[in-house]
Write a protein that binds this ligand. Sequence first.
Ligand code: FES
Length: 188
Amino acid sequence: MASSSIPAGGHSDPTRRDFLMVATGALAGVGAAATAWPFINNLNPAADTLALSTIEVNVTPIQVGQAVTVKWRGKPVFIRHRTPEEIKEAEAVPLSALPDPQTDNARVTDTAKKVRPEWLIMIGVCTHLGCVPLGNKPGDPKGEYGGWFCPCHGSSYDTSGRIRKGPAPKNLVVPEYLFTSDSLVRIG
Ligand code: FES
């Protein structure tokens, strides 16, 4: 399975090589979980549809400070393992400073209402005109607010994926997700 997160070339950089291994590991987890899913839900009439709309990702290989991109329903999904500094920064922003006010806490809460501030999971599509923002790969510009930067028209997102500057009107969208264990997250 290909992902837009995997850079072409750049194999001489050990940091990048580590990143590739992490990304591949996460995607392998997706494949295995997607295959198993129909058997679990086979009594549900909508099982086939659900199987296609849900992925499960093993987040264990994603180190603190790293991010990966996985594909879900044809879209990139960013999973960032935030550092304590990134979390602190996101939590400290007053709602009055946000064009699309939303607490950091609300963005890192899964569907079972469990809050995991270290994991930020978002659809990686800029809310302006749909480009994929930069900030997941080592060496990517992260913008003025340390999160993601969309080079198409210059939108900057913070370490919670909230829009802070530029033409994008909304925060990066957090999809429904559920941690089924400390290492597995189901998206969708
Ligand atoms: S599409 Fe991202 S700033 Fe325009």
